[in-house]
Design a binder for this molecule. Structure first.
Ligand code: SAM
Length: 1008
């Protein structure tokens, strides 16, 4: 190999100059949308917020590739390596049939009638002398609508390059989003053929001799760092960064404070990333586990009925004693069991015992189904009917909630003790089995099982009793052996819930006797296996745990999907339930075995459980996704899993501390957050060479996050080289929260010089750098358009981000500003109301970046005179005119322009269909605040009046009243009105027309 070690040591990385952020955003969203089809989700969907692998790939390659003096060629090579260039889509199975191709290109006038006749022929099946034969006929475009998709074919005389050129033209006729949504993800495809055609161009540009991504990565590593690149992630979480880096061929060093994160990262590298020879071993371990557990459970005879049917799910509900009637009432928010099969539970009064029998009825009418949907606990009230009378009691009354002087509440629920595993007879809340879903004996071993629902029989209760007795007898012993948790639940933001709402104080209280027994059998079978297999199976145990506790709700199904037991961590909390479903052990084992087996060769790596500030691992590249203010409380919710592993970890995991180490987890915001993050990044940079690079991913919230990040960068001795904004969330996720979150990539280098400056000098320098950055990027946009791309390389939000980054690049290059040591200043605790130099400088930088981003058609002078809300409105008009509709644009710019109440001017805040109010929609409202008093508001009001056919003189007279110093601002008003006219032309032509009338009138107004 002739690549010279360290030849590129001092060359800037591509990611410091360029990154096709729009394309990567589209790819990242596509990956997110794959849901359970995402590669690492196979290890457990309970870990939320894994970063998209395609984003990690972009970071690794972007950090290793050089930025040369030919940015276009750099970008082209990067896109090929990411398989996001136009041609890659042909290999990503986004290929047209000949009919599709002709239809689309002809309708877009990109293929003439003659071309079509020259390129294609029709293949028809006819019968000649009783034999079917294929005949070829000339093609004329008039026939296209009558042809099936396969009836047209390329003529044999058409060469591959010509065919390819037409197919490429077809691809280019789609927007990037359209292509991505129809194509396969690059990682889903066989890598060799996917990348095979790119190597000669890549090697020519880079001077390498690679034939695969890992070969290239190794050579790039040698050129930059003298060896295969070492990538470190000290906040590795679910493992996406180490996994993708290892898959690309890097040596990876991952660590996390949390042992479950370590286990998942280990699983990513060693189970999903297992070498081919080890894969059968993992699969056979899972199969053997299933068989061993099945044997034991079958021998215990606790899941089969007398007819040989086997349980799939057990449905339980809570019961309470009604204070009004003394009756025992079963509680469930709904008594529907199956919506697809019209199965319900019906409460039948049993007067002698003052309780309700529960009947299971199948095939009920739609009306009965809807009635059953009204459960006995609704909106916090227990509601039931007895002898025609409806009784309602606030559940809080039953639980005995009282408010304490400090504002907290307490209740009368008994706090469970370590020996408890089910409610005691006098507890307020009891547990009751009310229905079982059975798999018929005949279909037990069939791929498609037949199930039915049945009420509870005496034999079922005997089996329940047997389970209960087994648990009572053995629990202390199982706990001592580490097979069942004996760990108390520590109170916390999320862990308070089970304590407060159920009185559960130990982790094993979250499981009923049947679940405890089943999981214990599973855990014991795992602990008998070899060390490697134990480690792999514990990953599966955690998936079982996510499917098996009293926190699993019952989903009644809907058209197209049957009923099922939901996960515990469908969200990031520990929600207790009034009715829940317990999967049978058989079903749990099948759930584990049915896990999608995904494998992808990885180059291995090491995983350690360690606080980030204690890392001593030398790495060339640090790629991290640290915790931030609104992050998931991993340190609390993972205790649910830790409790099952901590006393008996296999040797492979035994060096890790099996504790969530809550106090060491970086969380929240403010001084501590900044201090701990600074220590973490200072430790990482201490073990990084001077020519190393860090990529930090964080959620863009507002300028205060930028200020925090800048402080951390300063404090850790780093400096900002670039920043990119990637929209990573999918619209379905957005529906839940109604907000959009993207990821900012902050690219950092070590700050090697001690430089000082004064703020006044910095102002000029920041301004110039922001201008240079934005001009370079808009220049690249134009170049790209010139070379046939239909879309911008960089959209406004990329420019905005790059503007911030440019400002930060200047600022963080200085270690002293105005005589202050910025590293120390960054760490200084902030007093509310006290001055904060870092924040002030960042605010200034943000402002400069935003000032510089002048929308098309607006003069810089006017832009500088506009208020934040006016800039927001004009900027968003500009973006809307370009067809963008995403709410995150609005959120980002509202933050940038410090327009807190921007929703007042929004016509829609739907995550993927957001828009501003038009003048007509603003009507006579919104005259308060900065926006309300602005000239733009006055112009919009004039447009409203004009569209309402108010006389133009009256309109002008109102405008004069609304704009103080009208005469001096006439030119501004003309410019604002003409901006609205230009930007509303397509979306609101009537408003554009009114704006044209307005500006001509102001322009021609006779003054004096
Ligand atoms: C945002 S998550 C990382 C997610 C990960 N990149 C992924 O794709 O799944 C942040 C991680 O930081 C870890 N963490 C929190 N405080 C830490 C500390 N002081 N040291 C090391 N890791 C910490 C958490 O356990 C969590 O796994």
């Amino acid at each position: 190999m002739s690549v010279e070690p360290f030849a590129w040591r001092d060359r800037p990385s591509l990611i410091e100059h360029l990154l096709p952020a729009q394309k990567i955003s589209a790819e990242a969203q596509k990956e997110r949308k794959a849901g359970a089809g995402q590669t690492l989700t196979a290890l457990g969907s309970y870990w939320k917020g894994r970063k998209p692998l395609i984003l990690v790939k972009a970071c690794v390659l972007g950090a290793l590739l050089p930025a040369t003096d030919d940015p276009e060629a750099d970008l082209s090579v990067f896109e090929k390596l990411m398989a996001i260039d136009d041609e890659a889509f042909l290999r990503r199975e986004f290929l047209p049939s000949c009919v599709d191709l002709v239809k689309r290109l002809h309708s877009r006038r990109e293929m003439s009638v003659e071309d079509a006749g020259r390129l294609f022929e029709i293949r028809r099946r006819t019968v000649v002398e009783d034999k079917t034969v294929w005949v070829l006929e000339p093609f004329s475009i008039g026939e296209i609508e009558n042809l099936g998709r396969r009836a047209l074919q390329w003529k044999e005389s058409i060469t591959d390059p010509e065919r390819h050129a037409w197919q490429l033209r077809w691809i280019q006729s789609f927007t990037y989003l359209e292509r991505v949504s129809a194509a396969k993800r690059p990682e889903e495809l066989n890598q060799e053929p996917l990348f095979e055609p790119i190597w000669s161009q890549v090697n020519t540009h880079l001077g390498t001799q690679a034939g695969s991504l890992p070969e290239l990565v190794e050579q790039l590593g040698i050129l930059r760092f003298g060896h295969r690149p070492r990538v470190g992630d000290t906040f590795c979480g679910g493992g996406s960064i180490p996994f993708e880096a290892a898959r690309l061929g890097c040596n990876v060093y991952a660590s996390d404070l949390n042992p479950i994160a370590c286990m998942l990262t280990w699983g990513a590298l060693n189970v999903i990333g297992a070498p081919e020879v080890e894969r059968p071993e993992i699969e056979s371990a899972q199969a053997a586990l299933g068989a061993a557990v099945d044997r034991e459970i079958t021998e215990l005879d606790i899941e089969h009925d007398r007819d040989g049917n086997r349980a799939k799910a057990y449905l339980y509900c809570s019961e309470i004693k009604c204070p009004q009637t003394g009756w025992v009432v079963p509680l469930a928010p709904s008594w529907v069991i199956s919506r697809t099969r019209n199965v319900i539970a019906r409460l039948v009064p049993d007067r002698t015992r003052q309780r309700f029998a529960i009947e299971i009825l199948a095939g009920v009418s739609a009306k009965e189904l809807e009635e059953a949907n009204n459960g006995t606990i609704r909106d916090g009230e227990v509601i039931y009917t007895l002898d025609g009378e409806t009784y309602r009691t606030d559940f809080k009354t039953i639980r005995g909630d009282t408010r304490l002087p400090g504002g907290q509440t307490e209740n009368k629920l008994r706090l469970w003790e370590k020996t408890d595993f089910m409610p005691r007879p006098d507890d307020i809340l009891q547990d009751r089995l009310y229905c079982i879903q059975w798999i018929t004996r005949e279909t037990l071993n069939k791929g498609r099982q037949v199930t039915f629902f049945a009420g509870i029989t005496d034999q079922d209760l005997e089996r329940e009793q047997k389970v209960e007795d087994l648990v009572r007898e053995n629990l202390p012993c199982w706990q001592a052996e580490g097979l069942v948790p004996d760990m108390p639940i520590e109170t916390g933001e999320k862990t308070d819930e089970p304590i407060r709402t159920r009185g559960w104080t130990y982790w094993h209280h979250l499981f009923n006797p049947r679940q405890l027994l089943g999981l214990c059998v599973l855990r014991r079978a795992i602990s008998r296996d070899t060390e490697f297999r134990q480690a792999a199976l514990l990953v599966s145990l955690c998936i079982a745990l996510d499917n098996c506790s009293k926190l699993c709700s019952w989903n009644t199904g809907h058209p197209g999907s049957g009923e099922y037991t939901a996960h515990v961590f469908y969200n990031q909390a520990l929600n207790t339930l009034f009715s829940y479903s317990a999967r049978s052990v058989d079903h749990i084992c099948k759930t584990i075995l049915a896990e999608k087996k995904r494998f992808a060769q990885c180059f291995g790596g090491t995983v350690r459980s360690l606080p980030a500030n204690r890392t001593t691992q030398p790495v060339d590249l640090g790629i991290t996704d640290p915790p931030y203010a609104d992050a998931v409380t991993y340190h609390e919710i993972t205790e649910y899993f830790i409790a099952w592993i901590r006393t008996r970890p296999p040797a492979i995991f035994s060096d890790w501390l099996w504790d969530s180490r809550r106090p060491l987890a970086i969380k929240g915001s403010g001084d501590d957050f900044r201090k701990e993050m600074t220590a973490a990044y200072a430790a990482m940079s201490a073990y990084m060479p001077d020519y190393g690079l860090q990529v930090v991913m964080f959620t863009h919230q507002d300028a205060s996050v930028w200020a925090d990040m800048a402080a951390i960068v300063w404090g850790a001795g780093l400096q900002v080289a670039a920043a990119w904004y990637i929209a990573t969330e999918t619209s379905s996720e957005l529906k839940k929260g109604g907000y959009v979150q993207g990821t900012v990539l902050l690219i950092l280098r070590k700050r090697l010089q001690q430089q000082s400056a004064y703020r006044d000098e910095l102002v000029q320098e920041v301004r110039a750098e922001v201008a240079r950055q934005i001009e370079t990027m808009t220049g690249l946009n134009q170049l790209a358009k010139g070379s046939g791309r239909s879309e911008n390389l960089f959209e406004d939000q990329d420019l905005q981000m790059a503007g911030y980054a440019a400002a930060l690049r200047i600022l963080t290059a200085y270690s002293r500003i105005d005589g202050q040591d910025m590293a120390a200043e960054a760490l200084r605790p902030r007093q509310p109301g006290s001055s904060d130099t870092v924040k002030e400088i960042i605010d200034f930088a943000v402002q400069v970046a935003n000032e510089y981003l002048v929308p098309e058609g607006i003069a810089r002078g006017l832009w500088e005179r506009l208020s934040g809300p006016e800039r927001f409105y004009i900027r968003m008009l500009d973006i809307e005119a370009g067809g963008a509709k995403k709410l995150d644009n609005y959120q980002n710019f509202a933050k940038a322009f410090r327009y807190g109440d921007y929703t007042a001017v929004m016509g829609s805040t739907k995550p993927t269909d957001a828009r501003l109010k038009t003048a007509l929609e603003l009507k006579r409202a919104e005259f308060e605040g900065e926006f309300g008093k602005s000239p733009l508001r006055a112009v919009l009001f004039a447009l409203y009046e004009l569209q309402r056919e108010v006389d133009i003189d009256e309109v002008i007279s109102h405008l004069r009243d609304l704009v103080p110093g009208y005469l001096t601002r006439r030119e501004d008003l003309i410019e604002l009105a003409s901006a609205v006219a230009a930007k509303r032309e397509i979306k609101a032509p009537a408003e554009a027309q009114a704006a044209r009338i307005l500006f001509s009138r102001i322009r021609n107004e006779r003054l004096g």
